[in-house]
Design a binder for this molecule. Sequence first.
Ligand SMILES: Nc1ncnc2c1ncn2[C@@H]1O[C@H](COP(=O)(O)OP(=O)(O)OP(=O)(O)O)[C@@H](O)[C@H]1O
Ligand SMILES: [Mg+2]
Length: 419
Amino acid sequence: MTFKKLSPKQKEIFRWCYRDNYDALICDGAVRSGKTICMITSFILWAMRKFNGAVFGICGKTVRSAERNIISPLMNIADITAYFAVNYTRSVNLLTVEGCGRKNSFYIFGGKDESSYMLIQGITLSGVLFDEVALMPRSFVEQAITRTLSVENAKLWFNCNPDSQFHWFYNEWIKRAEERRALRLHFLMSDNPILTEKQLESAERQFTGVFHDRYIKGLWVSAEGVIYRDFADNTEKFLLDIPPDDIVYCAVGFDFGGNGSAHAGICTGFSKRLRKVVILDEYYRKEVISPAQLENDIIQFVRRCQQKYAVYDGYFDSAETTLIRGVRTACARDRLHFEVHNARKSAIIDRIRFTNLIMSQGRFFIMKNCKHAIEAFRSAVWDSKHLDDRRFDDGNYNIDSLDAFEYSFEPMMNDIIES
Ligand SMILES: Nc1ncnc2c1ncn2[C@@H]1O[C@H](COP(=O)(O)OP(=O)(O)OP(=O)(O)O)[C@@H](O)[C@H]1O
Ligand SMILES: [Mg+2]
């Protein structure tokens, strides 16, 4: 790709590093606003102009996400490849850029990768770019910054989408930008000059509630109030009397109860080309029961689902290893054609954002008889008193059905988004 035009804020990304008054750049704000693409281009051009034989860091949430979001696009940016030979050696996570009589090395690190944390400790860096810094552990970011302190004219480059206003990066860097000699640029989607009016509108529709505030308006706000606003206000439009006839795959998600919470199971169906996600059947039991009774209930629930749908996979609360083992043994004993997997339990905010997305795209439905799940979606609220994003849970809310539903779709999440 080539940059045909740049918005005023994007131009700043290319200029700030040649001014002596700044040691760092922070670009935070809306999704798709053109932060990463300009930052990586400017970073490489600055490094090549100012240094030779130096080492730099490029950090993503994980090494793999950095390869996908930064390295691959970089290889296609004509403003770089026209002047420099760019080579990436995946086995050592090393990018080399050579040309105009200079050669520099860029190591790729993943903030969440254990191995990156070890590797970055001994190294000296002349500059570090953090893509999606709000998704990295603070200790990793601080370690990487420490590695630049001995290099004169080293610069730091941060970009991210907003999180809650209690987030460490917001408080330590954005609020203190001036005293840290950092230039802060706040981005909106309108700062990306290639997005059309239609694309802006359609992107806006993908996010509601706190996601709209953070990813469209670019605000650092904590999640509060009703989680699934549209579902709570217009429940009827999500309900079905009969299941769609093009369900091609189903999975069960199961959350084990205890300490006042319920045992909840959800059977989710996915239609052709993963177009629709439908809650087809549910299990819900709040009273205290023995593990044997629970296994028995689960077998019966799976049998009931299998009579109607092709269900061969179940994803169970992975914290409860003994209960999972019991269920696995029971399924084998009863010769059930059903594989018991550990649930992934990815970050709660990702699961909720996904559900919100398929709801706003008109791809999410619930069978009318799944009363507990319907009530759970209608009543779910955020717990704004916590520093991280959480659902409010005082024992009266049914978050168990929501967890169970999320376990059932987690392995399919990326495929469903892409479809
Ligand atoms: N000036 C420009 N010229 C051409 N393409 C651009 C320009 N600015 C942005 N783009 C394109 O717009 C898309 C979004 O840009 P980018 O990925 O940098 O956004 P982002 O702000 O990092 O988004 P996110 O917050 O979702 O990571 C990319 O495909 C990018 O190549
Ligand atoms: Mg980005």
